[in-house]
Design a protein around this ligand. Structure first.
Ligand code: AMP
Length: 263
C-alpha cells in the first residue's frame, strides 16, 4: 500500500488512470465499520483510496479535536492488510494552506447540525476537496453517520458532482453498540450505559412498527441518558430514527432505519 501526503502525488497517481476508483474518507482509528467500507470499495472498484485526515474544520471549539485518537502506523497496517491501494494522509496545511477562504455551507443540516454549528460546513468542504483531489467514481460512507451522508448526497446533487455515493449499513459490536472511534473514550462503566442508545433505537423501531410514537418510546428507553435529540428524520427516501447523547463527556450518535433505504 502506498502512503501519499500531497495533492500533487495523488493527482499523478489518478490523473491518467482509467481505473474505476473508490474513495473512503475517514478520520482514522480504524475499526470494523471502516473495514466494511474498504471491503465494499475493493469489491466494486479497481483501485481503493482511503483518506485519513482528522479534519479540524468539522470540530467545534469545545469538541474533541485535540484528543481524537490518532495512530497512523496502526491504521496504515490495518488498511494495508485490508487490501487498500493508497492511503492519502495529508498534513493539515496541505488541505488548509494559509489564506484558505472558501467553504461549502449546507443549508439543511437537521438535528445534528442544530447541535453542532458549522460541523457539516467542515464535512462538506473537506469532502468536496477530497472528491476534487481524488476524482473517485464512487465514494463510500457509513449509515452510522446517516445525516452526514444525506448532507453529502444533497451536495452531490446541488453541485453536479460526477460521482456515485454509497451508504453501507452500520457495523455493531455483538452487544449492539455501534462501532465508533469515539468508543475508545468510554470507561467500562460508561460503555455499559452507552448500550442504552442501540436499545432505545430498537425499542423505538418496534413502537413504530406497532403504530405508536417511536420518539416517545426511544426516549423512555434511554435509561437516564439525557439526549441532545431523539428525532425521526426524512433522509432522501429513508425515514430514520436518530439519537445523540452524551455518556460522561463522550458524545455518541446512532440511528436505525424505520422505512426505506439510504442506499
Ligand atoms: P470516521 O473515521 O468516524 O469519520 O468515519 C469514516 C466513515 O466510516 C464514515 O463514512 C462513517 O459513517 C463510517 N463509519 C463509522 N462508524 C461506522 C460503523 N460502525 N459502521 C459503518 N460505517 C461506519
Amino acid at each position: 500500500m502506498k502512503i501519499v501526503r500531497t495533492i500533487s502525488e495523488i493527482r499523478q497517481l489518478t490523473q491518467s488512470s482509467q481505473a474505476r476508483t473508490g474513495l473512503v474518507p475517514t478520520m482514522g482509528a480504524f475499526h470494523d465499520g471502516h473495514l466494511s467500507l474498504f471491503r465494499a470499495a475493493r469489491a466494486e472498484c479497481d483501485v481503493t483510496i482511503v483518506s485519513l485526515f482528522v479534519n479540524p474544520a468539522q470540530f467545534g471549539a469545545n469538541d474533541d479535536l485535540d484528543r481524537y485518537p490518532r495512530d497512523e502506523a496502526r491504521d496504515a497496517d490495518i488498511a494495508g492488510k485490508a487490501g487498500v491501494d493508497v492511503l492519502f494522509a495529508p498534513p493539515v496545511e496541505e488541505l488548509y494552506p494559509a489564506g484558505f477562504h472558501t467553504w461549502v455551507d449546507p443549508e439543511r443540516t437537521g438535528a445534528e447540525g442544530a447541535h453542532r454549528p458549522d460541523h457539516f460546513r467542515g464535512v462538506a468542504t473537506v469532502c468536496l476537496k477530497l472528491f476534487n483531489i481524488v476524482r473517485p467514481d464512487v465514494a463510500y460512507f457509513g449509515q452510522k453517520d446517516a445525516q452526514q451522508a444525506a448532507v453529502l448526497r444533497q451536495m452531490v446533487r446541488d453541485l453536479n458532482l460526477e460521482l456515485e455515493l454509497r451508504v453501507l449499513p452500520t457495523v455493531r459490536d455483538i452487544d449492539g453498540l455501534a462501532l465508533s472511534s469515539r468508543n475508545a473514550y468510554l470507561s467500562s462503566e460508561e460503555r455499559g450505559r452507552a448500550l442504552a442508545l442501540p436499545r432505545a433505537l430498537t425499542t423505538g423501531r418496534a413502537a413504530y412498527v406497532q403504530g405508536s410514537d417511536p420518539i416517545a418510546a426511544a426516549r423512555a428507553a434511554l435509561n437516564g441518558l439525557n439526549p441532545d435529540y431523539v428525532d425521526v428524520l426524512e433522509l432522501g427516501d429513508a425515514k430514520v430514527l436518530a439519537v445523540a447523547a452524551r455518556v460522561g463527556p463522550t458524545r455518541l450518535i446512532d440511528n436505525v432505519i424505520l422505512e426505506g433505504e439510504l442506499q
